[in-house]
Design a protein around this ligand. Structure first.
Ligand code: ADP
Ligand code: MG
Length: 649
C-alpha cells in the first residue's frame, strides 16, 4: 500500500503560521538547505544516566533517531532499546537535581513511546546526566543544546549549520484548542484524553486549551464564535463526527473562506476513526486501533506539520449544504453505520457487528449515479442539454492524481477548570492562551526539577484489544436479498434529519462551478450509471474506517472524489470478502465484477428507491437526490510528517 512520498514537503510545521499571513514572507525566504542524510551524525556526547547513576552512555543524534550505546557497566553485546526513532519521541526537557551534592550536573529527559513485544506502545522516559563540565551553567547549556536539537528535529525546524544550538531557536509553543466529546466511542474519550493525550502533548511542549462538548452541535456552535487567529490548530478528540461539526461550524461563519483554512487535527477516540486511520498511514505507522491508534496520532500531532485537505461541498435535496472531509455513503455502508449506532458501547467493533447483521439482511437500491470523471477537462455546466447516458462503466484502476498574543475569547469550560489527575507541580507554557495544567517533570524522579521544556507523567495502561472483524461468512443467518431500506432502519426511532440537526447543513460555502442545480440536466462529459446498487461510496481520503482502506491510492490533497460502488447481484460471501480485503486495501484486486470505481471531481446521486439512508461523514442526512463537488485543498489537516513508504499489499 502506498503512503505519501517521503520527499513531499509539509505545508508548514509547528512554529510557522500557515498560509495567508506568512505566505509572502515564505516566498521571499532563501531556499531551505538540502535535507541531511538520515544517518548524518548531528550531535555526539557521553553522559551519565538517571536513576541508574553508575551507567554511562554514548549518544549520537541523527536526523531520524537517537542512538544510545551503553559504555558502562560494559557495552551490551546486543544493545536493547539502543535506537530511538524520532517517530516514537513526543518531546524532551531539561532538568536539575535538587540534591546539593549533585548541584553541578544538568539532565535532559526524552519521552519515548516504543512498541512493546505485542505491538502496543508504552511510555518510557530516558534521562541523561550532563556532567562533563565543572559548573552547572556549562552543563545546562549542553543539556539545552541536546534538548533543543531534538525538539527542532521533531518539529521539522532547521538546525543552524555552524551556529549555536540554543533554546531561542524554538518558536513559542503552538496553541491548540482541544475539543473532547466525552461520549465518543465507548465513552472513553475523556478518560483516554486524560491518561494518554494530555500528558503527551504537555511533554511535547504544546500549549493547549480544552473544552468538553456537552451536546450535539456544541462544537459547531463553539467554532462559530472563536477568534481563530489565536489558535494554531483545532483538534477534535472523538470520532469523525466531531470534526464534521467543526468544519461545518466554519461554514456558518461570515469569514468561512478564511476560517475553513484553520488547521484541524483529529485524535481518535470515537467508534468511527476513518480520518485518523488515514493520518496514521500517512505518518508511516502500521495500521492500528484503539489506544495504539490514538498514541500514533498523538505522536504525529506533537511533531506538527500539515497538508492541504480536500473538502467536498455536498448539496442536499432541500438545497442545504455541508462540507465533507470523508465520505458520502448510500446503501450498505450507510445502513451499517446508522444501524450500528445502537451498539455504540462496542466502540469500533460496532461496525463489525453491523456488517454481519447488514449481510444477513442485504438490500439493493435502485438509483442513478452520475459523475464528472477526473480525466475529463471540467466545463461549466450549461442548462438543458439532456441527460448523458453512460458510455461504459469504468474499470477499477484508480485514475492518476491531477495534478503575538491576542486577547482571548471567553471559552466554555477550559482545561484549567477541569479536575485533571495530573501530578504536581511545575510548568506553565510561555505563550499559552490560558494557563496550562500544572505538570511535573517526569522521568528523572522526584529529585529532579525542570528548568526548560514541558513534561507530564501519566503511566500508560494498555487498552484491551478490540474485537477483530468477522472471520467467517457463517457468522450470521442469512435471509433473501431484498430491495429498499431495512425495516429496522425505517423504524429505528431515529428522527429524520432536518436542516440544522446533526447531519448539519448550511447555506454558505464554496461555489460549486462544476454543478448545475439539482434537478437540472448535467453538462457534457459526465458519465451516468443506472441500476441496482448494494452500495455507493464517495470517499475523499483513503480510509473508510480506522482499519478499512476503501481508496488505497487516495491522498488528502489529490483533489479527487473516489467513487466506489457495488452493483446488485453480488453474493453475501463476495461482499464479505470485499470488506475483509478492504482491511488491507486489496479489494480491487479480487476481480469482483460488481465492484466499480471511478475517480471524479463531482458527482450526483439520485436514489430511485423511495426509502433509504444517506450519510455524509457518517452523519445521517436527508434522503433524496444529492450532489457534491470536490474542492481541492480547501481545508488544512494536521498530519505530522509523512512516514516512509510501505510496501504494496
Ligand atoms: P463516534 O465515532 O463515537 O460516533 P463522533 O465524533 O462521531 O464519535 O461523535 C458522535 C456524535 O456525538 C457527534 O455527532 C456529536 O455531535 C455528538 N456529541 C458531541 N458531544 C456530545 C455530548 N456531550 N453528548 C452527546 N452527543 C455529543
Ligand atoms: Mg482526496
Amino acid at each position: 500500500m502506498e503512503t505519501q512520498r517521503p520527499d513531499q514537503e509539509l505545508t508548514w510545521s509547528w512554529g510557522h503560521r500557515p498560509r495567508s499571513a506568512l505566505d509572502g514572507a515564505k516566498a521571499m525566504a532563501p531556499p531551505p538547505p538540502p535535507p541531511l542524510a538520515a544517518s548524518t551524525p548531528l550531535l555526539h556526547g557521553e553522559f551519565g544516566s538517571f536513576p541508574a547513576r553508575s551507567s554511562r552512555f554514548a549518544l549520537t543524534l541523527t536526523p531520524q533517531a537517537l542512538h544510545i550505546q551503553r559504555l558502562r557497566p560494559k557495552p551490551e553485546a546486543r544493545p536493547r532499546g539502543g535506537l530511538v526513532p524520532l517517530a516514537e519521541v513526543s518531546g524532551c526537557c531539561t532538568l536539575r537535581s535538587r540534591s546539593p551534592s549533585d548541584a553541578a550536573a544538568a539532565y535532559f529527559c526524552i519521552y519515548t513511546y516504543p512498541q512493546g513485544r505485542r505491538g502496543g506502545r508504552r511510555r518510557a522516559a530516558r534521562t541523561f546526566r550532563v556532567d562533563g563540565a565543572a559548573t552547572y551553567e556549562e552543563n545546562r547549556a549542553e543539556a539545552q543544546r541536546w534538548a533543543t536539537a531534538l525538539m527542532c528535529l521533531l518539529r521539522g525546524l532547521p538546525l543552524p549549520g555552524d551556529g549555536e544550538i540554543t533554546p531561542e531557536l524554538l518558536p513559542k509553543p503552538p496553541r491548540l484548542l482541544l475539543l473532547v466529546n466525552p461520549l465518543g466511542g465507548r465513552g472513553l474519550a475523556w478518560q483516554w484524553c486524560k491518561t494518554h493525550v494530555l500528558p503527551m502533548i504537555s511533554e511535547a511542549g504544546l500549549s493547549f486549551n480544552l473544552i468538553q462538548t456537552e451536546r450535539q452541535n456544541h462544537a459547531r456552535e463553539l467554532v462559530q464564535g472563536l477568534r481563530l487567529s489565536e489558535w494554531d490548530g483545532i483538534v477534535t478528540v472523538s470520532g469523525d463526527g466531531l470534526l464534521f461539526e467543526v468544519l461545518n461550524g466554519f461554514l456558518d461563519r461570515p469569514d468561512w473562506e478564511e476560517a475553513v483554512k484553520t488547521p484541524v487535527g483529529i485524535l481518535p477516540c470515537g467508534s468511527g476513526n476513518a480520518l485518523a486511520g488515514a493520518v496514521n498511514q500517512h505518518g508511516g505507522f502500521e495500521p492500528a486501533l484503539g489506544v495504539d491508534l490514538l498514541l500514533n496520532c498523538s505522536l504525529l500531532l506533537c511533531r506538527g506539520g500539515s497538508r492541504p485537505l480536500d473538502l467536498m461541498s455536498v448539496t442536499l435535496a432541500s438545497g442545504s449544504r455541508c462540507l465533507s472531509f470523508l465520505s458520502v455513503a448510500w446503501g450498505f455502508v450507510s445502513d451499517v453505520d446508522i444501524q450500528s449506532e445502537r451498539f455504540r458501547a462496542l466502540g469500533s467493533a460496532r461496525f463489525t457487528l453491523g456488517t454481519v447483521l447488514g449481510l444477513a439482511t442485504l438490500h439493493t437500491y435502485r438509483g442513478r449515479l452520475s459523475y464528472l470523471p477526473a480525466t475529463v477537462e471540467p466545463t461549466s455546466p450549461t442548462p438543458a442539454r439532456g441527460l448523458p447516458r453512460a458510455k461504459s462503466e469504468l474499470t477499477l484502476a484508480p485514475a492518476p492524481a491531477p495534478a503575538p498574543p491576542v486577547a482571548h475569547s471567553p471559552l466554555h469550560r477550559s482545561v484549567s477548570d477541569l479536575p485533571l489527575p495530573l501530578p504536581q507541580p511545575a510548568l506553565t507554557s510561555p505563550g499559552s492562551p490560558e494557563p496550562l495544567p500544572i505538570l511535573s517533570l517526569n522521568g528523572g524522579g522526584p529529585e529532579l526539577a525542570g528548568d526548560w521544556g514541558g513534561a507530564g507523567d501519566a503511566p500508560l495502561s494498555p487498552d484491551p484489544p478490540l474485537p477483530s472483524p468477522p472471520s467467517s461468512p457463517k457468522a450470521a443467518l442469512l435471509s433473501p436479498i431484498t430491495e429498499g431500506v431495512p425495516e429496522t432502519l425505517a423504524s429505528s426511532g431515529l428522527p429524520p434529519p432536518t436542516p440544522g440537526s446533526p447531519g448539519a447543513v448550511s447555506t454558505r460555502g464554496p461555489h460549486d462551478h462544476l454543478l448545475p442545480p439539482l434537478g437540472t440536466p448535467l453538462p457534457p462529459g459526465w458519465v451516468t450509471l443506472e441500476g441496482d446498487f448494494v452500495l455507493m461510496l464517495a470517499i475523499s481520503p483513503s480510509h473508510l474506517g480506522a482499519d478499512l482502506v476503501a481508496a488505497p491510492h487516495a491522498r488528502f490533497d489529490d483533489g479527487l472524489v473516489h467513487l466506489c460502488w457495488v452493483r446488485g447481484g453480488i453474493s453475501r460471501a463476495a461482499l464479505l470478502r470485499l470488506f475483509l480485503a478492504m482491511e488491507r486495501g486489496s479489494h480491487f484486486s479480487l476481480g469482483c465484477p460488481q465492484l466499480g470505481y471511478a475517480a471524479a471531481r463531482a458527482f450526483r446521486l439520485e436514489p430511485l428507491t423511495p426509502r433509504g439512508v444517506l450519510t455524509v461523514d457518517g452523519e445521517q442526512v436527508e434522503y433524496g437526490p444529492l450532489q457534491a463537488q470536490m474542492h481541492p485543498g480547501l481545508g488544512t489537516l494536521l498530519t505530522g510528517p509523512p512516514g516512509c513508504p510501505r510496501r504494496e499489499p
